[in-house]
Design a protein around this ligand. Sequence first.
Ligand code: PMP
Length: 407
Amino acid sequence: TIDLVAYNAALSDEPFEVNKAFHQDPDPRKVNLGIGVYRSEQGEPWPLPVVQKAEQIIHQESDPSRHEYGAITGDEDFLSAARQLVFGPEDDGNRQELARVTSVQTISGTGANHLGAMFMAKRFKPTNVWLPEPTWSNHYTIWDFAGVKCRAYPYYNVNTQMLDFERMIEVLSTQAQRGDVIVLHACAHNPTGTDPTKDQWEQIAETCQKLRLAILFDSAYQGFATGDIDNDAWAIRHFFRRKPAMNLCVAQSFSKNFGLYGQRVGACHFAVDSSSIEDSVRSQLAYLIRAEYSMAPSWGAGIVKRVLLDPECYREWKQDLLTMSRRILKMRSALYSTLIELKTPGSWEHILSQVGMFSYTGLSPAQVSLMRQKHHIYMLKSGRISLSGLQPRNVVYVANCIDSVVR
Ligand code: PMP
């Protein structure tokens, strides 16, 4: 058996390494399908129009306190808006439920995963944390650092190119221990682009409830799976509303859905199974934050707050999300239809059925290496490509190169 922690820790830097190699390659045909960031049709970074608008408003206001220290747990207005994005709007039906949730600002999704792991490790003392196989490799690094034993549950079946649902439930049911933590990707699973159906989510929730697992939802792509933020939060909201209540943590990132990668905007939300311990959750989180970074940065969170609280900006943001998700969908179908036209050996339906920024192509490590050496196309060893690296001008080239390496 391989050492999963060491294996994934090594992979954890891979997108950055691939990105660097791409930039050093002088070949004009080169294509970067490695790193998970959105790019325009011209292959350029795309600062969201609504983000630029909010930045301008904030600049114009020139509030003299804008660079002051904030609260340890973060900006409450930002957190309230972020929480409602995850768990649904605070209306009469949801107000009492939302009161069970403690939210703190974090250093983006990575910081939220880390804080969640540190907190859950201390509070629930799990024997294991269960991570999907495969997963975002940093999950291993983060949980290993938190001192919890990492175990893998079957998630993706490379032969069927589908969710390995039965085996997932079977392994969890027979091997997970009461009080263990399970990490689930809220939507647009990284790296496979394969999400459970609603029916499967219900069965997963039931299994977690039966086994008394604590749940950490990693939510880094809300709005990217379907272009609709409510749809993309369906699984989290389903778990949240089930009775009896489960211990649920959500690690929320605004890197992708606001294009604020370097600003490090995120939140960690805890819904505990009893409201009486809410205060102790907040003070434990504040303790961890204070010891590590005192408070999360304020600038990017200020932009997100502005957009989420201003009805006009909010509408524009949803439009920007559609612009990004539709472009990615267009590239999915262009890649798929070109492979079909070329009669490329193998089945390629998974490219269409997978969701979000990534596609798990099924290319082997040797084929991935050929793509790079021979065709200057950069992707991860796992065969994962970021569809945002595809453009109308390179998609036919990429399809032809895939065709040539699989023949
Ligand atoms: N979780 C998953 C599954 C991700 O893919 C990412 C980004 N690659 C993150 C968390 C964290 O990203 P960030 O720290 O930029 O929010």
